[in-house]
Write a protein that binds this ligand. Structure first.
Ligand code: GDP
Length: 209
């Protein structure tokens, strides 16, 4: 990500402030994915994990990624362009108990297609609720990412809801189930972790798509 890396000496928070995010499209199925162009960073997580809040916080623009009022009902893949640098991809949430089996199947087909075939996918950001840690569906998704050789970053959301002791215990447990790879603690309320997430994005190696 050549253009982004030029900012590495400055603050990644400042960088985020300057970026203009623009909605590109919503795709209900793989045929509707836009043509591959810029490097893509995908966001994945269970419904209600705080994915929309994290996306909004990252680009500092409320309402960019709408906050879904009916968890699990939004099954589209949403693409946002950050100027001519990067595309953020909001993949549909999963693990919502009330979703009909057919919808869950469609989710699996669409997401697996994206993770398997998308050549421009550079980084996947896997969100876990810091209070709950890894759940079965998160572990399955992690296995997919590893199976398809995808680089990923684990982000533990809503850390503001934990006290110090819970926070330390839960973050340790989250890392333990991920080969001791630390998760980025994140709060959409305080903004903690936004800088680290941006840093991981800008640190991606330059790659021609
Ligand atoms: P999504 O379904 O994964 O997109 O989750 P949302 O971003 O819509 O968030 C689900 C709920 O959790 C909303 O009520 C948010 O206000 C709340 N939420 C999200 N992130 C945080 C956070 O970092 N801290 C706290 N305290 N609440 C959060």
């Amino acid at each position: 990500m050549g253009a982004g890396r030029t900012s590495a000496s400055g603050s990644s928070e400042q960088m985020a402030l300057k970026l203009q995010a623009e909605f590109i499209t919503s795709a209900a199925q793989p045929e509707q994915f836009p043509a591959e162009s810029l490097p893509e960073v995908a966001f994945l997580g269970r419904s209600n994990v705080g994915k929309s809040s994290l996306l909004n916080r990252l680009v500092k623009r409320d309402g960019l990624a709408y906050i879904s009022s009916r968890p699990g009902c939004t099954q589209t893949v949403n693409f946002f362009r950050l100027e001519d640098r990067l595309i953020l991809v909001d993949l549909p949430g999963y693990g919502f108990a009330k979703v009909p089996a057919a919808v869950a199947r469609t989710w699996a087909v669409t997401v697996e297609h994206y993770l398997r075939d998308r050549r421009s996918l550079e980084l996947s950001i896997l969100l876990l609720d810091a209070r709950r840690g890894w759940m079965q569906s998160d572990l399955e998704l992690k296995r997919w990412l590893e199976h398809y050789g995808r680089r990923y970053l684990v982000v533990a959301t809503k850390v503001d809801k934990l006290n110090q002791r819970e926070r330390s215990r839960n973050l340790t447990e989250i890392a333990r189930q991920c080969q001791d790879r630390p998760a980025v603690p994140f709060s959409a309320i305080t903004g903690e972790g936004a800088k680290e997430v941006w840093q991981s994005i800008w640190d991606l190696p330059k790659r021609q798509v």
